[in-house]
Design a protein around this ligand. Structure first.
Ligand SMILES: [Mg+2]
Length: 239
């Protein structure tokens, strides 16, 4: 990595942000929501067990996905979430009911919240006049979710969603769709996200500049540029 973090805005004309883990997070937490769905069917599950199963199952699914072509659409995303729900909550009396409840839950804006630094950062970045897009591997449920969160709805964000594009991050075709959406060449785009592979290395391979939003301060990746919060990135712009 030759670029210094203080040069990260040089030549940048537009901003691209990941959604989940970067701008928004589930609230209440995923483990509590899944455990509540099981409880409604009389199944009591330990929260930590549910949490660990979810993390593992989401990671396994994504790992297998990355060995494939990263091709997707809405039915593919629906199947992915069915697999994940089934592996986190096996042996429920009514598995389809649990899936439908969880699918609906995470498609509603009141099931999500913005991270505290998002509102101020977006206000400052909007004031620069640079166009801002949101680029996500979530499915089309992201549209109503973002529309219902005032800090994001006010932005009128351009949305690039993998299930609509046909390719998931980190596929180059996904990033090409991001460039097309913003009408910019890849070199003019700064991609910011919490996933070093999908959001940063994938973006860089497609010719964009990528910055890792290391919200938990892990600091364990030497191969990517990182910041711990959005304000740090905004202040580098002098915005
Ligand atoms: Mg993310």
């Amino acid at each position: 990595m030759t670029m210094r973090i203080d040069a990260v805005w040089d030549g940048i004309e537009a901003i691209v942000l990941d959604a989940v883990g970067t701008l928004i997070e589930p609230f209440p937490a995923v483990a509590d929501v899944y455990a509540a769905a099981a409880r409604r069917q009389g199944v009591e599950l330990d929260r930590e067990l549910v949490r660990n199963r979810f993390v593992q199952s989401f990671r396994d699914d994504e790992f297998e996905e990355n060995l494939e072509a990263l091709v997707t659409d809405e039915p593919t995303e629906l199947s992915r979430w069915k697999r994940i729900v089934t592996s986190v909550l096996p042996n429920l009396p009514e598995p389809d009911r649990a899936f439908e409840e969880l699918w609906d839950h995470f498609g509603r804006p009141d099931s999500w919240r913005c991270f505290a630094d998002v509102g101020p950062a977006l206000t400052a970045l909007s004031a620069t006049g640079m166009p801002i897009a949101i680029a996500s591997n979530f499915d089309s449920r992201l549209r109503p979710v973002l529309a219902g969160l005032p800090a994001l709805a006010a932005l009128g964000p351009r949305l690039v969603i993998s299930s609509e594009v046909g390719y998931r991050k980190p596929h180059p075709a996904f990033y090409q769709a991001v460039c097309d959406c913003l009408g910019q060449v890849p070199e003019a785009l700064l991609m910011i996200g919490d996933d070093p592979e999908n959001d940063v290395l994938g973006a860089c391979r497609a010719g964009l500049r990528g910055v890792w939003l290391d919200r938990r301060g892990r600091g364990d990746r030497q191969d990517v540029l990182g910041v711990n919060h959005l304000a740090a990135l905004v202040s580098l712009r002098g915005a």
